[in-house]
Design a protein around this ligand. Structure first.
Ligand code: SAH
Ligand code: SF4
Ligand code: F3S
Length: 438
């Protein structure tokens, strides 16, 4: 019996899919990479933007044929989309062949729901039950990296964002549990640990014993063995000096900070409820660069938030030029039902949004190109991750600052640290050669 998982959305979902895979394998299912061979198909969904949702609905729709050909096929929809109000009912109505609907915090019901579906009974439950990592055996799929949740949910309620509604309030894992998990992963040979939270900087605020993210980083950094630590995301309003100092003082914590800015206009930031100004954000950047000279700072930016004027947009372009992000994920604002921005006045027309995203991407590409050029001729320590998906004869890996480099080396190097001399750069892509083994 085979299973196939479609994963959409962010790293949280990628990691949740590893838990889903773990549950299915415990039940005796085997992973397959062709959906036509599957006996259980899982859609682990995202609803951050309308485009994500439309794509998923399209994919669920195309299951109809498969289900006809294979009536015993079990279809599961879970994740953020099904956690939204009214969506389970909508799925039941439009896609009656879906057997199981679960939410974001009740994966513990997966086994039971599949057994019920086998008896031809639908299972719909999006109760917010919560779980801890310790409840599941995970099937990790991203060696040499391992994802580790440190906190779940979000309390920030940025006015455009659906996440607080579908992922619930902030909950931190016990520090001893996180540290123990990382220690085990390092002992198992994982070389890169990525700590995950919607806002890692608020780690510990809900714990009784004064634990915080900086203390967690310092504890993790003490674990013996050669490995790297990354983390995401950092809300700029909560990034403390202690966290920056922890990154500076621990060689195994990567000089790489993902600091989503969203907009370069103080006016728009206020409407977004981000609780920092343009100036405050730029001050954070200056502080980070002073303490971490070779840092790679990445970000998320949105264009077309309600009320965004041409001047607001120009402020964003200007911030992009000043901040010198090594890369930026740029998005067109998407109206999400149930969020405050949905009903704000002055929604920006699509044509304007489209023109702004093109300009923003061009502006960031120029910055990335300059940073890439400055890396040519230098040697960087790179963790070999695997084959490049587009250039099959090349392997790839990341520098400490988070930049992807392509180079030739043997497959057996996956999971090893190598020194790579960057020889050329084509805007966002770096090419190099291995110069000396670690
Ligand atoms: N917790 C993370 C963000 C998770 S969502 C953080 O705060 O950094 C990832 C990114 O999607 C956000 O940073 C934002 O840029 C984008 N995003 C969120 N809601 C969106 C919306 N309604 N429309 C377009 N982009 C959105
Ligand atoms: Fe969404 Fe804001 Fe929370 Fe990030 S911090 S998940 S953008 S509400
Ligand atoms: Fe992630 Fe999408 Fe949910 S971005 S938290 S999977 S809405």
């Amino acid at each position: 019996m085979n299973y196939y998982i479609h994963t959409y959305g962010c790293q949280m979902n990628i990691h949740d899919s590893e838990k889903i895979a773990g549950i299915l394998e415990k039940m005796g299912y085997v992973c397959c990479d062709d959906v036509k061979l599957a006996d259980v198909v899982v859609f682990n969904t995202c609803c951050i933007r309308e485009t994500a949702e439309q794509k998923i609905y399209g994919h669920i729709g195309s299951l109809k044929k498969l289900k006809k050909a294979k009536p015993n096929l079990i279809a599961v929809v879970c994740g953020c989309m099904s956690q939204q109000e009214g969506v389970p009912q909508q799925i039941r109505k439009s896609y009656p062949y879906v057997d199981v609907i679960l939410g974001t915090a009740n994966l513990g019901l997966l086994e039971q729901s599949i057994l019920q579906a086998k008896n031809k009974k639908k299972f719909v439950n999006t109760e917010f039950l919560g779980y801890t990592e310790e409840d599941f055996t995970q099937k990790r799929t991203s060696f040499p990296n391992a994802w580790v949740n440190i906190n779940y949910g979000c309390n920030n309620f940025c006015t455009y964002c659906i996440v607080p509604y579908v992922r619930g309030r902030e909950r931190s894992r016990q520090m001893s549990d996180v540290v123990a998990e990382v220690r085990t992963l390092v002992e198992q040979g994982y070389k890169e640990i990525t700590l995950l939270g919607q806002n890692v900087n608020s780690y510990g605020k809900d714990l009784p014993n004064g634990e915080n993210f900086a203390k967690l980083l310092l504890e993790i950094a003490k674990i013996p063995g050669k490995f790297r630590v990354r983390f995401m995301s950092s809300h700029p309003k909560d990034l403390s000096d202690e966290v920056i100092d922890a990154v500076a003082s621990c060689p195994n914590i990567c000089n790489n900070i993902h600091l989503p800015v969203q907009s370069g206009s103080t006016n728009i930031l206020a409407k977004m409820n981000r609780r920092y100004t343009r100036e405050k954000y730029l001050e954070q950047i200056t502080k980070i660069r002073a303490k971490l000279p070779n840092v790679g700072i990445t970000t998320d930016i949105m264009v077309g938030f309600p009320g965004e004027t041409e001047q607001d947009f120009l402020d964003t372009l200007d911030l992009v030029q000043q901040a010198k992000f090594s890369s930026a994920f740029c998005f067109v604002y998407s109206r999400r039902k149930g969020t405050p921005a949905y009903s704000m006045e002055n929604q920006v027309p699509y044509a304007v949004k489209k023109s702004r995203i093109v300009q923003l991407n061009a502006c960031q590409n120029q910055v990335t190109k300059e940073i890439s050029k400055s890396m040519v001729g230098k040697v960087f320590e790179v963790l070999v991750e695997g084959q490049n998906t587009s250039y099959k004869d090349c392997m790839c890996g990341r520098t400490e600052s988070g930049r992807l480099v392509n180079f030739k080396c043997d497959q057996t190097y996956v999971g090893k640290f190598v020194n790579v001399l960057v020889e050329r750069a084509t805007s966002a892509t770096l090419w190099g050669k291995v110069v000396e083994e670690d």
